[in-house]
Design a protein around this ligand. Structure first.
Ligand SMILES: Cc1cc2nc3c(=O)[nH]c(=O)nc-3n(C[C@H](O)[C@H](O)[C@H](O)COP(=O)(O)OP(=O)(O)OC[C@H]3O[C@@H](n4cnc5c(N)ncnc54)[C@H](O)[C@@H]3O)c2cc1C
Ligand code: SF4
Length: 487
């Protein structure tokens, strides 16, 4: 609990953003932190509701009312200890989590919910500033060795937990830098990459070995994994979705991930040949999710002539839809900071053709308006509305359509079974694949998801690996029922 009457006295305050005209000139984060007294007030809005639904809203099971209370009391170091007891990387989630906890906050029924995500960010930033976050190498080593494949949030969380249990951990990453989608997917203006490096220095000091440019199953034989006592596969869900639309091969139709990755690489002085730039172009971003929003922000920073966004689904309502009542994740229109920087958003629109000139260069998109026909018991049907075809001048079309699932190389070469959605099959709570010493976690196991889920799965999988290797585990779990072996 914060302060008995805090929620009546104080309104929710969020971090402000620097003005659009300034922030689109750079790729740095642009939030303006709240003052310490203001954050303390925000913590006091937590209202001792009795049954904190926010706990179950958070995939990590973060102990939210307790850290809110500590912040209100000025007990920042204690709050940091508590936060880190359930979340290895609150600096990632405190910046990037969509905060399902806030959508299930009891105060949210009658008022704006407690600003949990921002409180989380403030706790961890204060902890780094004060030097409270120190490497915690294990006191003894078990002699067991573990390979983690993939260094996104799932791989990093699994590695830190397993290393803390005393195992010797090596993380293999095919990219030239550690971090997975945090590094090259999510733009620097949403999270500066120094935030990853700062945490990485802690993980290295704890004794974890990182090997970059190692693409397991491609430039490194999967047989080498046999040298390890256990393996955790955290390779993400990186198979990009495309469209079966005529003209998709036009010069100027680009996958969002290529566009975003190139920009971050250029920012850090990496060698990128023929960077795709939106400068002075009419840009159309196809796909209305987070990746699409990141493309909008990046296009505006490049200095695009115009930025348009297409989404095939209907426009969600401005307020929580009655189909998703509290405490569920709401169907509701989301306007990101990138949207605020300038974009024309269109819903219920489908691309019929990418029109190109005689040299194969993209010049325009042909679209049609659509509607969804719902028949109970059947899959929704997409219906084109006659007479609504339209031509949109376009020099750059960015495909932000999400991912169909993980790449199959590792599964094929290791003999791992996949589920009906092409994810690596490992039961939730167990994380063990059909090969007993190989585990899977994060997007590779659950499909395209969120950072908070990746950290949660990495942590839980680590505990299962520890149980498998040692027969017992002192690693924490949000759900003790997932044990492989009775303790
Ligand atoms: C553009 C974009 C924006 C996003 N924004 C948000 C957001 O704001 N908030 C949020 O919560 N989520 C966001 N997400 C989703 C989030 O980034 C992912 O859910 C999360 O990163 C998944 O973590 P992971 O560790 O499972 O996999 P990943 O982060 O995908 O990491 C997997 C890693 O494994 C490596 N790898 C794969 N195969 C091999 C191999 N054979 N050998 C070696 N290495 C291998 C890959 O190179 C990669 O580095 C976003 C995603 C994208 C694409
Ligand atoms: S990790 Fe996400 S869901 Fe969990 S407390 Fe933080 S913001 Fe909320």
């Amino acid at each position: 609990m914060g302060k008995v009457t805090g929620f009546k006295e104080f309104e929710r305050q969020d971090e402000a953003y620097t003005p659009v005209k300034d922030r689109v000139k750079h790729y740095k984060e642009f939030t303006v932190p709240l003052s310490e007294p203001e954050i303390t007030k925000q913590g006091s809005r937590c209202m001792d509701c009795g049954i904190p639904f926010c706990h179950s809203g958070c995939p990590l099971g973060n102990l939210i009312p307790d850290f809110n209370h500590m912040v209100h009391q000025g007990e920042w170091q204690k709050a940091s200890w508590l936060l880190h007891s359930t979340n290895n990387f609150p600096e990632f989630t405190g910046r990037l989590c969509p905060a399902p906890c806030e959508k299930s906050c009891v105060l949210g029924i009658i008022e704006d919910p407690v600003s949990i995500e921002n409180i989380e960010k403030n706790i961890v930033e204060r902890a780094f500033k004060e030097g409270w976050i120190k490497p915690q190498p294990p006191k003894t080593r078990t002699g067991k060795t573990i390979a983690v494949v993939g260094s996104g949030p799932a791989g990093l969380a699994a590695a830190q937990q397993l290393n803390r249990a005393g195992h010797t951990v090596t993380v293999f990453e095919r990219d030239d830098e550690i971090g997975g989608l945090l590094r090259y997917g999510i733009p620097n203006f949403k999270m500066e990459k120094e935030v990853i490096d700062r945490r990485l220095a802690i993980l290295e000091a704890e004794g974890i070995t990182f090997k970059t440019n190692v693409n397991v199953g491609v430039n490194s034989d999967v047989k080498e994994l046999k040298a390890f006592d256990s393996v955790v596969l955290c390779g993400g869900a990186t198979e990009r979705r495309s469209l079966p639309t005529p003209g998709i091969d036009a010069d100027g139709v680009v996958q969002a991930m290529d566009f975003l990755t190139q920009q971050t690489k250029v920012l850090f002085g990496k060698d990128v040949k023929d960077q795709v730039l939106a400068t002075d172009k009419n840009v159309i971003v196809i796909g209305g999710g987070d990746t699409g929003s990141d493309c909008v922000g990046t296009s505006n920073r490049h200095g695009a002539k115009s930025v348009v966004n297409f989404e095939i689904m209907p426009k969600p309502p401005g307020h929580r839809s009655p189909t998703t009542p509290w405490p569920y994740w709401p169907l509701q229109l989301k306007t990101s900071s990138s949207h605020q920087e300038g974009v024309e958003r269109n819903w219920l629109i489908n691309t019929k053709e990418f029109i190109k000139d005689k040299n194969g260069k993209l010049t325009a998109l042909k679209t049609v308006n659509v509607e969804w026909k719902m028949v109970p018991g059947e899959r929704p049907q997409l219906i084109e509305i006659e007479g609504t075809e339209k031509i949109w001048p376009c020099d750059l079309a960015l495909l932000a359509l999400g991912f169909t699932g993980p790449e199959s190389t590792l599964a094929d070469k290791l003999g791992i079974e996949k589920d009906a959605r092409s994810n690596y099959k490992a039961e939730y709570g167990k994380y063990q694949t059909n090969i007993p010493n190989i585990f899977a976690a994060g997007d590779m196991r659950r499909g395209q998801s969120l950072i908070v889920w990746a950290i949660s799965e990495g942590r839980e999988a680590a505990r299962q690996v520890d149980l498998y290797l040692m027969g017992k585990s002192n690693l924490p779990s949000k759900d003790m029922s997932g044990d492989l072996v009775a303790m």
